[in-house]
Design a binder for this molecule. Structure first.
Ligand SMILES: [Zn+2]
Length: 113
């Protein structure tokens, strides 16, 4: 399942961040999920609850932030309004996805010994 492989790499990333701060304790992790990333956030949370046992994330809460899709013109950088035709109103260039496709480990809160 897609969501499980995301969680797998998420936990790997947290472990690698933690390994750079030996003895530190991870308190909270935050991920950004774009609305067009094709990720089911509920399923992602469930996958995390299942997967985290026995990992560095066992007692670490996960906060998922949903990022709204934003389209813009690659030339003029005009932001295309939501629901509008995905072309630039100024130069007619096809719009480019500027936000909303991402899957990002945004922040790891940890206490460093
Ligand atoms: Zn344009």
């Amino acid at each position: 399942m897609h969501e499980y492989s995301i969680i797998q790499s998420l936990v790997d990333s947290v472990e690698s961040v933690a390994s750079q701060h030996t003895g530190g304790t991870v308190h909270h992790i935050y991920v950004d999920i774009g609305e067009l990333a094709g990720v089911d956030c509920d399923l992602l949370q469930t996958a995390y609850e299942t997967f985290r046992f026995g990992t560095i994330c066992q007692d670490v809460p996960l906060t998922i932030d949903r990022i709204e899709a934003r389209w813009e013109c690659p030339h003029c950088h005009i932001v295309i309004s939501r629901g509008a035709v995905l072309r630039c109103p100024a130069c007619n260039e096809p719009a480019r996805l500027a936000a909303g496709g991402e899957i990002i480990l945004n922040r790891v809160e940890m206490e460093v010994a």
